[in-house]
Design a protein around this ligand. Sequence first.
Ligand code: NAD
Length: 490
Amino acid sequence: MTNTSSVQARREATLQRADIGAGFYNLVDGQRLATAQTLDVIDPGTGAFLAKVPDVDRSDLDAAVDAAARAFPSWSRTPWDVRKAAVGRLIETLGEHVDELATLLAAEGGRSIGVAQWEIKWITDLYGSALLAMELTEEGWVQERVGQVVKRYVPLGVVCAISPWNLPFMLSFLKVLPALLVGDTVVLKPSPFTPLTVLRAVDHIRELLPPGVLNVITGGDRLGPWMTAHPGFSKIAFTGSTQTGRRVLGSAAETLKHVTLELGGNDPGIVLPDAEPKAIAETLFWSMFMLSGQGCITLKRLFVHEDLYDSVAQGICACAARQRLGDGLDPEATLGPVQNRPQLNRLNAAWDEIQREGAPVLFRGETPAGGEGLFFPITILDNPRHDAPYVAQENFGPLRSIMRYRTVDEAIQKANDTPYGLGASVWGRDPAMLDAVARRLEAGTVWINQHLNPHPDVPLAGHKASGLGVELGPEGLRDFCNLQIIAARH
Ligand code: NAD
């Protein structure tokens, strides 16, 4: 057997484990929905066709929104403990299918099985237990001029949940589960690039909820704008690029919907002069290249003090040299492909510009030979201008920059010189200095001696062009509610 055919045989066996042949359905009003028109989903690591999914039309969207609206009165009045038990059963059932879901996610997302399992378990284990421990407690007090005041959080209505392709399972269920817990009903739309894991997951839980409480639909470029303009939604929970987020906000304004926008980022990291390069190089590398750099909160621009620049850069490049790029189901691959063609085109355009300008390159890795996979080599730029377009834009792939600085003020100014404000990090030893620098960074989350470490109990909110509203933590749960005040004079 040739090497290529053994790879093919391994793929087929693995995909049988995910039962690709069983098909992928939408869920509307408790019923599986298949449509005549379909979209193809491909494996970005090989270019191989994986499966077809429904491409819904406007009437299917209307049916999903109507079903969710019909289900809302009863679901929103269902006692908290009953809803909580139902959400607990959803989480438990998803947890029973980790292997199958991770196999699908590795294939369509182009990531290793290990990383895919991490994503599924992040929801079923870590997030699930944190969410089920949360409460929406009413608060009451007496206000002299107003009377007896009660502050409570009530369900909003039908939520439109739209998720991107980079963490399709996590970012879909981060919206669905809290929305259902607080009493909203949901219509979910995963990205057309990565719908399989989410559709299969919803199929596993479809009989655990009353019809219409959770609906999932898939479609091409026209579906998102139809949804955000639809008058039946009370809220849009959106994760995606800043460019699309602006369109979503504009569209939501017409019908005055609530919005949560988790958008793009160009996270800086600052390595202070007292940091220990050897101790942090590997963590820095993975903070930059996890998911092949396709993470909103991956570290994208690293500023290193001139005294440490060479040793930090060497340590990161040594980690880069140990990586092997391959498709999601290749057990030897440590990093995967870019997930889709438009994204790869953007990275290639940036690389063309880097070469035209003759910007120095610290490291340029290799891609697997032959095949149709969407690979971009690990690329690390050597002290480019911080305002060069290929540094200032969000590089959503394995293209990163390390930049030298002389004074901490200069590093902070350059780190903040971006329209984005999602995450940032500071690396060093002196706690007072680390804290002082962290407080001057313009980002929703500033990590100290770590990056890319979200936790279900810790709210995540973008500053500047990185978003509006909050996900995770109790604040994220309240974002799915209307605030209601009852003020009584007796
Ligand atoms: P994208 O904006 O292209 O698409 C996101 C989703 O919106 C997809 O489901 C897409 O089909 C849909 N969509 C596209 N056009 C739409 C429109 N006009 N109206 C409504 N919906 C529309 O983003 P992407 O390429 O899928 O994801 C990558 C981006 O997401 C990056 O910018 C990344 O930083 C960001 N992201 C942010 C976070 C966060 O928490 N802040 C997390 C992950 C990804």
